[in-house]
Design a protein around this ligand. Structure first.
Ligand code: HEM
Length: 408
């Protein structure tokens, strides 16, 4: 069992006794039953607490999630992945991976740097290559009756797209999958192990920066190296931090979303048949999948002791900001617990709310729609293979990591 640094007697992993007072997003039970857990908490609690991680809160109502996301005065993004470690206060307002770890006023300028690289027009340039990639992944299923749609399809799409955009060698894909796992899922390892993973990731990124300084190219890494903030080139640490963010933020999020959408269609033949027949409906269905299976929960740190939403928060308590729970709040969405692939009005929070709203949302939508289009056009008949289990990731990014699908 792993132990918390702030209060050494507190255990951070192990079975949950009561979700309202002892929640943990690191348990397989949370990964498998997240929707039911949020519904129960929202109806009864509605801001859950845990002593794990040195103290954390879990709001589940849309209204609370929205209020916290907008309140950068009282909630900091200094670190957005919960573990037993809190970065020092002087990490604010920049943080290790700007702009997601930045607070105002620095956040605004760090974010502005990234925006031109992720407009709809820039993203459209990746579309043909993404289609080709999806087709080549389906080509490789030739002769298979069952495939793992998470590992043999969904995972590769965002990995290859972001590697191309950053100008990294495409064969480094498996290394990125390991970085993603170690930085975002395996947060219950010892501080030394986590430090070693962080160093390995940053060594890799600095190597790429050196390579691009020696040989500049038309890609995102060269763009960031040449970018200026307040009239000066960025520090190499800032460039590497942004690259780390793009690598990590872009991969398992989109991978999870493609996987969850295919999981839904594998279990709901009516929806599958409707989308196979009606290409126009796919973009609307995609928004509903984003709402219903939103993969990303980010964290905040409470800045000072205060009474908030009827509970007593302490400085440096974590907030597990569950955008996916907000998306299932019946106060906000009609028939919130149902997946309606033709839902017309759908102002979901899957890409976040407030100043940190996802910079990569156009890219994510393009990848998701292309992934669905190619799969549905090439494999119209498919279903879950019941002989092997589906495995959902634990931690803050939720999606299927093993997804056996029968295609033949
Ligand atoms: C379906 C896929 C995705 C989902 C659901 C998603 C979701 C989110 C969410 C909820 C946030 C807000 C974080 C917060 O409030 O702390 C966020 C921020 C961010 N995302 Fe995404 N994301 C996805 C894909 C991507 C991709 C493909 C990229 C780019 C490669 C990307 C880049 C970013 C960046 C840079 C931020 C930080 C923005 C800021 O702090 O101003 N995301 N994303």
């Amino acid at each position: 069992m792993a132990v918390d640094e702030r209060s050494p007697e507190a255990v951070i992993t192990g079975p949950v006794a009561d979700w309202a007072t002892d929640f943990s997003h690191l348990e397989p039970e949370y990964a498998e039953n997240a929707h039911a857990i949020w519904d129960e908490l929202r109806a009864t609690c509605p801001i859950a607490h845990t002593e794990r991680f040195g103290g954390a809160w879990l709001p589940t109502r849309y209204e609370d999630v929205q209020a916290i996301a907008y309140d950068t005065e009282r909630f900091s993004s200094r670190h957005i992945i919960i573990s037993d470690h809190r970065p020092p206060l002087d990490a604010a307002p920049i943080g290790g991976a700007p702009p997601i770890t930045s607070d105002p006023p620095f956040h605004h300028d760090a974010r502005k740097l990234l925006l031109p690289a992720f407009t709809k027009t820039r993203v459209a340039k990746q579309e043909e290559a993404t289609k080709d990639l999806c087709h080549s992944l389906v080509d490789a299923f030739e002769g298979c009756e069952v495939v793992d749609a998470a590992r043999e399809y969904a995972m590769h799409i965002p990995m290859r797209v972001i590697a191309d955009m950053l100008g990294f060698p495409p064969e480094d894909g498996p290394t990125f999958a390991r970085f993603v796992h170690e930085m975002l899922e395996a947060v219950d390892r010892s501080p030394e192990e986590r430090q070693a993973s962080t160093e390995e990731l940053f060594d890799y990124l600095h190597e790429q920066i050196r390579d691009h300084v020696a040989d500049p190219r038309d890609d995102l890494t060269s763009y960031l190296i040449e970018a200026e903030l307040h009239g000066r080139a960025l520090e190499p640490q800032h460039v590497a931090g942004m690259m780390a963010l793009l690598l990590l933020a872009g991969i398992d999020t989109t991978w999870s979303m493609i996987g969850s959408s295919l999981w839904h269609l594998a279990r709901n033949p009516q929806d599958r048949r409707r989308l196979v027949a009606d290409r126009e409906l796919r973009a609307t269905a995609m928004e509903e999948f984003l709402r219903a299976y939103a993969p990303v929960t980010m964290a905040r740190l409470v800045k000072q002791d205060m009474r908030w939403g009827g509970v007593d928060m302490k400085a440096d308590d974590w907030i597990l900001l569950a955008f996916p729970a907000a998306n299932r709040d019946p106060e906000r969405f009609d028939r919130a617990d149902e997946v309606l692939i033709d839902r017309e009005v759908n102002r979901h929070a899957a890409f976040g709310l407030g100043i940190h709203r996802c910079v990569g949302s156009h890219l994510a939508r393009m990848e998701l729609l292309v992934a669905l289009d190619v799969w549905l056009d090439r494999i119209p008949e498919f279903g879950l293979d019941e002989s092997a289990p589906v495995r959902w990731s634990t931690g803050q990014i939720r999606g299927p990591r093993e997804l056996p699908i029968r295609i033949g």
